[in-house]
Design a binder for this molecule. Sequence first.
Ligand code: EPZ
Length: 434
Amino acid sequence: MWASDNVGGEALEKLVIEGGAVLKGTVRVHGAKNAALPILAATVMAEGVHTIENVPPLLDIKVMADILRSIGCTVDIREGRVTVDTSRADTPHIPEELMQRMRSSIFLMGPLLARFGRVELYQPGGCAIGERKIDLHLKGLELLGARIEQTQGRIVCRAERLVGTDIFLGIPSVGATENIMMAAVGAEGVTRIINAAREPEIQDLQNFLNRMGARVSGAGTDTITIQGVRELRPCTYRVIPDRIVAGTLMIAAAVTRGEVTLEDVCPDHLTALTHVLRQAGVQITSGDAIMNVRCSRRPGMIERIVTAPYPSFPTDLQAQMMVLLSLADGLSIVKETVFDGRFKHVHELTRMGADIRVDCGSAFIRGVPRLYGTTVEATDLRAGAALVIAGLVAQGTTIVEKVHHIDRGYDRIEDMFGRLGARIERLEPAPGAT
Ligand code: EPZ
């Protein structure tokens, strides 16, 4: 069973989209899910009351709050502000059910080991986008001195003391970099993570840890240095804007040949996408925390896009970009190098009239004049967002099922696009429907 499947009634909700709207207007980009999740996990490292701001009201945030409560924290979520009191956290054990609900539950491993010298959890649930191992997380913690036992999916890490060392990552994994960073804050001496992930969310986590009193430097480069410290204090912190939500909005504006202004966005975090969209003929201007996206004609093809770790083209925008290329003038190629199962949206887009062939990890996309509305299924978070964009531009009505996947990363996507003129509504299941 996929981690994000056991969500009850939400699984029956649908989005109904009337195609043909041209997106116009201004929209504020909400806080970053992939920054908020490790930061919320890191709060357990310092006893006391933390306030995390600009946190979007997403399904994954609710699950993280449940996980923090399950180890003894009190958590209050109110209008983008999450208050976490970690002073009574006393159980470094995360129930399997919660681990199954969200992969990011693995982010508690480093912080709990740093605070309690022990953590017990389970292999996180599977994921529709491909193999998502945690061997690099475990290897890194072992190098810091942890003893790790694994039996039938149960993982127990123990460490009387953690000692800083050099850790080379075979893959610049986002999650492994974050977990090792957090554990190393509680280690004696200096740790260096070499070939570290460079995503903006890593920099945001570094800034949060340092706000608590840690001494981390180098995030954003391929070498991160952590000087272990004895004491940390609770703090208040504001999470960065969500570059993947911003990218989704930029692509939707271009595909519908509209004009959209994004507020509370970080243009520097979107360099790879901006470069590719400009190649396709989209006009993009940016200023301080603001971007304007305008497209008045059919986008041009892009010879080749290769997804790769930051600052290359993000895998989390691959599906959305494929919608634009499905309507572009000519043949485009998209090579997915981060996840080995992240083309599930191709089948659904083809059912809408797209001409896409997948071979050896690459998608060959021949642009067609238009897409046609039909009933499609979201297989994962970003594939779902891509199908919504396809519905915005398709001829006729599109029904997107399994919306709960989309709710994991977008705060009511129908309102976000609705504010820009889209004709989109959510259908809730009839009471008692199964
Ligand atoms: C983070 O996942 C993001 N999730 C993902 O966003 C994103 O797609 C991914 O980074 C890549 O940018 C969060 O931050 C919560 P990885 P993560 O570890 O940390 C392999 C979204 O849509 N690997 O960088 O799980 C792994 O199998 C989500 O918001 C190992 O082999 O990604 C994959 O092929 C989806 N061993 C590659 O590295 C390990 O121990 C990249 O994974 C760890 C990873």
